[in-house]
Design a protein around this ligand. Structure first.
Ligand code: MV4
Length: 490
């Protein structure tokens, strides 16, 4: 086993990895940019070293600086977290050259799956369903022809895509003509690989993903699904497991499909296979994320498996000793991503010093945080400051507990998305589990819509569990949730 691991990240995920190291008796090394000198991940580490100025390009994205630190402090392995260098195949290559283990997949699998066209091809080879799509499209004439074959509406996508960049819904040939060059230019400016392709558009799907874990022996296991349909600008907001629409048969079919793809790609370590699921519960492969994801605690809490523990052991060459049939969802888990942003001002970033902080606890509550009272939230990075992950025996209990935990959560000095979640978790469609990737923008456009059917029972169940006294407060303005005594002190 490794004696020392360097964490090439910051914030809550760096803290998460450092906790896993401490539990395993491994020394944890933090790296930090100038503005993160006193960040929580630095305080939680056994050693910490500076890697450059605040802009990520000059610090957390500097492979050379990070590898220099790793060599100097004799770290045997590097955990990349998510974002930054996590999905850059040049990083595992550079680690290998430096004789350091990269805790994640190999560069080859990362390249194969990072390219959406080759990932789709690989999926097809192992009979993982996907929506009808084209291969690389070079010019407008070909795009016209292929779009007609697929049938409108279609989506224009970047093969190197991510974060919604170069993603366009195209309703007609006329629109294709208008959008073709704009999209091509945008993709060429955003990615090294300018390739675009077309896909049949699936209206209002759910986004459901499968966590997989593969060891160096080629054993692949899959975990119960996470539903991540509630997103804003391609950023997930709320995640849960199990999905309200997945039954044991669909869970097994999606899991086996994900495991087949991982195996075919020669995948190693933790990864996530994303699917779109339509109203008839057909699932279609979307893409594979070659990293540990933000929402991994949802899977940890619903299965009791420590994913970091296995990531580290697999990277050290250990075989997975878990049996597939041991991995079952138990109860229900919800995760709220708490961002330093102002929900009353179009979710504008809200950096600054955290004056006071009171994180929730109690039954079923796990708060994976990257901040402390007095710490600074820099403007330079992702706005995620913590994840509120809540377990309940049932979905209703998880909802009621999440609302209880949100009501305990106090952060002074910056704006956060906490009040927004208090509204979101009482929305009829959310209470009913009637989710889609388009729901959040519908809610934001018209906050009090009450459409959708069959939600009444769930509303009543969750609301009753949450107590009558809280009900009035849920319906009132979010800003009224603070106690004045606490506010005065902070
Ligand atoms: C789609 C789709 C509908 N049909 N592809 C968005 C991000 C990128 N990873 C793929 N995305 C989508 N691809 C087809 N053929 C709808 C989306 C989509 C979406 C997917 C998952 C989660 C949130 C989303 C929000 C808008 C659109």
């Amino acid at each position: 086993m490794f004696k020392k691991i360097l964490v090439a990240n910051r914030g809550e995920i760096a803290v998460r990895v450092l906790r896993a190291c401490r539990e395993a008796g491994i020394s944890g090394v933090a790296v930090y940019s100038d503005v993160d000198r006193a960040a929580l991940h630095v305080l939680k580490a056994d050693e910490a070293y500076p890697i450059g100025p605040a802009p990520a390009l000059e610090s957390y994205l500097r492979m050379d600086h990070i590898l220099e630190v790793a060599k100097r402090c004799r770290a045997e392995a590097i955990h990349p977290g998510y974002g930054f260098l996590a999905e850059n195949p040049e990083f595992p290559e550079a680690c290998e050259k430096a004789g350091i283990v990269f805790i994640g997949p190999g560069a080859q699998a990362m390249r194969l799956l990072g390219n959406k066209i080759s990932a789709l091809r690989t999926a097809r080879e192992v009979k993982v369903p996907s929506v009808p799509s084209s291969g690389a499209v070079e010019d407008l004439a070909t795009a016209r022809k292929l779009a007609k074959e697929i049938g409108y509406p279609v989506m224009l996508k970047a093969s190197a895509g991510g974060g919604g960049k170069g993603l366009r819904l195209v309703q007609s040939e006329k629109e294709l003509e208008q959008l073709w060059q704009i999209t091509r230019d945008e993709v060429a400016a955003s990615f090294k690989d300018p390739t675009v392709f077309l896909e049949k558009y699936l209206p209002a799907p759910r986004h459901i993903e499968i966590q997989v874990m593969a060891d160096q022996d080629g054993k692949v296991i899959y975990f119960p699904e996470r539903e991540c349909s509630l997103q804003r600008r391609h950023q997930k907001i709320l995640e849960e497991s199990p999905s309200p629409i997945v039954d044991p048969s669909l869970r097994r079919r999606m899991g086996e499909a994900a495991a087949r793809l991982a195996k075919k790609a020669g995948y190693q370590n933790a990864g996530t296979v994303e699917f779109l699921v339509d109203r008839d519960r057909n699932f279609y492969f979307l893409e594979m994320n070659t990293r540990l994801q933000v929402e991994h605690p949802v899977t940890e809490m619903v299965t009791g498996v420590d994913l970091l523990h296995w990531q580290i052991r697999i990277a050290a060459g250990e075989k997975i000793s878990l049996r597939q049939d041991e991995i079952q969802p138990r109860g229900h888990v919800l995760e709220c991503r708490i961002n330093a942003e102002d929900p009353e001002n179009q979710f504008a970033p809200s950096p600054g010093r955290i004056q006071c902080l009171e994180e929730p606890g109690g039954p079923g509550v796990r708060c994976d945080s990257g901040v402390y009272a007095g710490s600074e939230v820099p403007i330079h990075y992702d706005p995620l400051i913590s994840k509120l992950v809540v377990y309940g025996a049932t979905r209703e209990e998880a909802l009621a507990r999440s609302l209880r935990a949100l009501s305990e959560y106090r952060i002074a000095g910056i704006r956060t998305s906490i009040p927004f979640f208090q509204t979101l978790l009482t929305h009829p469609r959310v209470l009913a589990g009637d989710l889609s990737t388009e729901l959040l923008s519908e809610i934001l456009q018209q906050p009090q819509t009450q459409d959708g059917e069959g939600w009444q029972e769930a509303v009543i169940a969750a609301a009753l569990m949450y107590q009558q006294s809280q009900r009035r407060r849920i319906e009132s303005a979010p800003s009224r949730w603070r106690t004045s005594a606490w506010d005065e002190r902070c």
